[in-house]
Design a protein around this ligand. Structure first.
Ligand SMILES: N[C@H](CCC[C@H](N)C(=O)O)C(=O)O
Length: 279
């Protein structure tokens, strides 16, 4: 199987052009290629497919083989792939995802995409739509006890679930221990991505993330959008926020009039390759 390894802020996936390659059993293949010792090494698998509703369709799988509705860093790399590899010459494209059709604005230098702005759609806060089990309609700054510590949890979906937790320092979190406890917490019937946020100032936050189905990643685009909305909702930041992640920075803007979140960030190609899938 031919593939292209790409990354957005260090959130790296194996991309397959399904206009040319046939991929059966994507969940199994995602687990295989994601393995950083026995496979290619990645946070998951992203299939680039035709769509009858948009220019392309992004089909995304975590490294544990589970499917996700949406991938922010991934969709920027899909945009880079389809332009750089000649599947489109448009500077504005639409991509169908499990979280609806997304619209992207490609920034190009020397005929290659280097940065993309994505209309990520509206944040979802209704508990039943995240989903999160709660006796209230929405979950904002809810105290949740895990491992004899109480955390303040705010839940937002960007088509995929996010639990945003505010902390005083992102470095001191034992994310390998705490991350899975939130991911598999019984308040999240479909599990959750979990973001740990330290608010630096009204326009800057630090973020670490434990992703549903992939563990800690260097960045999470949907998580950055969900986290910025949670910050605005809690009154901690303004509408334009730089999110500082382990793997880079994302610029997030909440457009109040449209109730829409825009994400701007880099996309990079690491290498092209071919793998013998004897499964
Ligand atoms: N890394 C992705 C998010 C993957 C989400 C996935 N872990 C899930 O929702 O199950 C991003 O940049 O938005």
């Amino acid at each position: 199987m031919k593939f292209t390894k790409m990354q957005g802020c260090g959130n790296d996936y194996v991309y397959v052009n399904c206009f040319k390659e046939k991929v059966d059993n994507a969940p199994e293949i995602s687990k295989l290629v994601s393995d950083r010792h026995f496979g290619i090494g990645s946070d998951g698998l992203i299939l680039i497919k035709p769509s009858d509703k948009a220019d392309f369709y992004m089909d995304m799988y975590n490294s544990d083989g589970t499917k996700s509705q949406m991938c922010g860093n991934g969709i920027r790399c899909v945009a880079k792939y389809v332009y750089d590899y000649g599947l489109t010459d448009k500077h504005n494209i639409s991509i169908e995802t499990g979280a609806g059709i997304k619209y992207l604005d490609l920034k190009i230098k020397e005929n290659k995409v280097f940065e993309v702005t994505v209309d990520m759609g509206s944040p979802i806060t209704k508990a039943s739509q995240i989903p999160v089990i709660s006796d209230s309609e929405e979950v904002i700054a809810k105290p949740v006890r895990v491992m004899d510590t109480e955390y303040s949890v705010t839940c937002v979906s960007m088509g995929n679930p996010h639990a945003i937790i505010f902390v005083d320092d992102t470095k001191s979190i034992d994310i390998e221990k705490i991350g899975p406890l939130f991911e598999y917490h019984n308040m999240f019937p479909e599990r959750t991505n979990t973001e740990f946020i330290h608010v630096i100032d009204k326009n800057t936050i630090d973020m670490r993330v434990w992703e549903r189905g992939s563990g800690e990643t260097l960045a999470c685009g949907t998580g950055a959008c969900a986290s910025v909305y949670a910050c605005i909702w809690n009154g901690f930041t303004e509408d334009n926020v730089t999110v500082r992640l382990l793997g880079g920075e994302l610029k997030i803007k909440y457009d109040r009039d449209k109730n829409t979140i825009f994400m701007t960030g880099p996309a990079a190609t690491v290498f092209d390759g071919e793998i013998n899938l004897n499964i």
